[in-house]
Design a protein around this ligand. Sequence first.
Ligand SMILES: [Fe+2]
Ligand SMILES: [Fe+2]
Length: 187
Amino acid sequence: MSIVINNLKEAIRGESKAKRLYESFSKKAEEDGFFFISKIFHSISFAEEIHIKNHLRALSVITKREYKLEDIITIDENEIQNAVKTTRENLRQAIEGELYETKKMYKEFIEKAIANENDVAELTFNLAKKAERIHAKIFKKCLKNIDKKNIKTQKIFVCQICGNVEFQRPPSRCPICEHDKKFFKEI
Ligand SMILES: [Fe+2]
Ligand SMILES: [Fe+2]
């Protein structure tokens, strides 16, 4: 059981760092004139916040005590600011982080949750793993199109249950968590 609790805490630390990093990457993209990429970083930062909330809730349910984010992580602002590079490099860092989470970290955490018969942890890890895959795809597309001129800004919607990100309009049902479109928030 303690391994699952430790994994939840590690996931919360990872998501918190990603959330904070993407906020800074969003600001940098805006400064560089990449307005749509800035909006995407901002939206995915919001999506990571959903994962933090879900993991914290799971941790509280499993341990039967209330956890606050400050109990688990203190963000090192210097480390965040040192990580901010050009928008192109920031996208590469973001892709690497999302792929690590979806292909390695959450994959292993899910295996451990299943081995420990912990459905609560399994569910929250699973939702995050699937959303991170989508995030990686979106960042890859941004990197591919970064030099294209006249990229139109689109509406962005984030599922507040799982952190899935959709463009233009929310789907009638979230393809990741199957919740109704009313759970999508326009960013
Ligand atoms: Fe993500
Ligand atoms: Fe969802």
